[in-house]
Design a binder for this molecule. Structure first.
Ligand code: MG
Length: 243
């Protein structure tokens, strides 16, 4: 498809937009790329990481062998002891879509209830937890940047129901001397509700630790899902690299 306008579009006598090569309403400015998208479907330019069939895009985070989680009925499920799994492919700045469900039968409480996690670059965790009528420390709820920032709201659906994460991750950058230029930023929607708003991250997330950017790392890495003992399920995972 190559839709040609009947007359020239835009202007060539308008002011330059600061910081760009373009004039306001510049008719020569490239058109946005076309992406086809429909609700419930991965956009046409997405990398599909799990379509319900197999774990071919994933491996064991521990030793690189085949990912040992269960796949059935269109979802994957944590197998306790199999350990975390991570994508074979590495990603940096990205848009991520992922659906998850905590066990329908509630066992445990606080951090012991439906715990897993989504780790960008294998280092920055957005918490997965059954936060439905579950009191725990605020920076450990579903949608938290773990140990740093609680979610802006608790938008959890009940145990056994599917939740939807849509996230944007921007990786941190350092200069050649190891000085931080820009921290990581994370935006998260949980079930369509904004729970992290372009939040600057303090460094790789951890348990009972304060973080820093003292150890520079590459701007890409694997996406990782956590084995935190509980049989949490995931489905319909896709990612769009940005930039
Ligand atoms: Mg976790």
């Amino acid at each position: 498809m190559d839709p040609k306008p009947k007359a020239p579009v835009g202007y060539d006598d308008t002011p330059l937009i600061p910081g760009t090569l373009w004039r306001v309403h510049d008719g020569r400015r490239p058109q946005p790329k076309v992406v086809t998208a429909a609700p419930g479907q991965p956009p046409s330019d997405a990398v599909v990481l799990f379509d319900g069939k197999d774990l071919s895009a994933w491996k064991s985070a521990k030793d690189g062998t085949a990912a040992g989680w269960k796949v059935e009925h269109g979802y994957m499920e944590v197998v306790h002891g199999a350990g975390a799994i991570q994508t074979k492919e590495h990603f940096g700045d990205c848009q991520l879509h992922l659906e998850w469900a905590t066990p329908a039968v509630v066992e445990g409480d606080s951090q012991g209830r439906g715990n897993s996690g989504v780790f960008f670059l294998g280092k920055y965790e957005i918490q997965v937890l059954d936060s439905y009528n579950n009191v725990t420390y605020a920076d450990g709820h579903a949608g938290a940047i773990y140990g740093q920032y609680p979610p802006l709201a608790n938008a959890m659906r009940g145990p056994g129901e599917w939740n939807v994460y849509d996230m944007v991750f921007i990786a941190p950058r350092w200069d050649g001397t190891g000085k931080l230029i820009s921290p990581a930023y994370i935006t998260v929607f949980l079930n369509g509700v904004l729970v992290q708003h372009c939040q600057s991250v303090q460094g790789p997330t951890g348990h009972k630790t304060v973080s820093s950017y003292d150890n520079p790392h590459p701007p890409t890495g694997p996406l990782e899902l956590q084995d935190h003992r509980n049989p949490v399920r995931f489905r319909n995972i896709w990612i769009r690299p940005l930039g």
